[in-house]
Design a protein around this ligand. Sequence first.
Ligand SMILES: C[S@@+](CC[C@H](N)C(=O)[O-])C[C@H]1O[C@@H](n2cnc3c(N)ncnc32)[C@H](O)[C@@H]1O
Length: 268
Amino acid sequence: MDHPTLSDSEFTLFQKMMYDVTGIHLTEVKKTLVSGRLARRIKQLGVGSYGDYFKLLKKPGSTEMQIAVDLLTTNETFFFREQKHFDFLRDRVLPQWDGGMRRLWSAASSSGEEAYTLAMVMAEHARTDAWEIVGTDISSRVVEKAQRGQYPLERAANIPRPLLTRYCLKGVGSQEGTFLVADTLRKRTRFCHANLKGDLSSLGSFDVIFLRNVMIYFDMPTKQQIVARVIQQLKPGGYMMVGHSESLNGVSGALKPVAPSIYQKSLP
Ligand SMILES: C[S@@+](CC[C@H](N)C(=O)[O-])C[C@H]1O[C@@H](n2cnc3c(N)ncnc32)[C@H](O)[C@@H]1O
């Protein structure tokens, strides 16, 4: 049986829910995406319509809301994505750092590739051992993937060979076709669920924040609200990286641009 059709009014329900919960603004052109991504789940549950599925999300105590959010977020990511940010970290940030604990945050980490890339750069180039990486995302499904740290081999395409040799363990037997991020990196990289729209203070403060390829899904008021929250967790003088196609122009007065898509928080 074909899946039911998503009516305009049903689409509006999901659109509003995603905006309220995640800040993601699903424009009208995303209607096909929404119906396509929810179709399998609806079929699996044997629900008759998108409207009925929506009612399930709203049931008190239901875990279905998280499942729908998992399905409706776009989690595309890869190792060493937008390499210039990692070069900046290595060449301009790390040489400034003396002793003391350094903390880096991958603030919409998806399945962990960005956080583990940071860990590789830190392991290779930091002059101290006192550092940790935190990865957070609103999708529980990708947070679990990140925690596993195991990826299909083809995901390693962008990882430079020496790093691949040092930090990626090729799976054998039942794990063939995959690699596991080495324990040395995994023990310094932790992942948890966090909504950028929520209270972020429990994460502590950071020297560097990567907030990349997530603001494209937000409208201007949400972007301003989220950036304001996120930079509360950035130490004065700390750096924030955004996606190459994103910009913080007019979004925050507390950040000054220091390179394309790289900002520094003003000192008090
Ligand atoms: C396209 S991925 C970007 C991953 C990585 N930062 C990169 O640049 O490769 C966007 C991620 O943002 C997450 N996301 C969207 N809205 C969020 C929110 N309100 N709070 C936390 N994460 C969110 C999505 O679940 C998704 O995994």
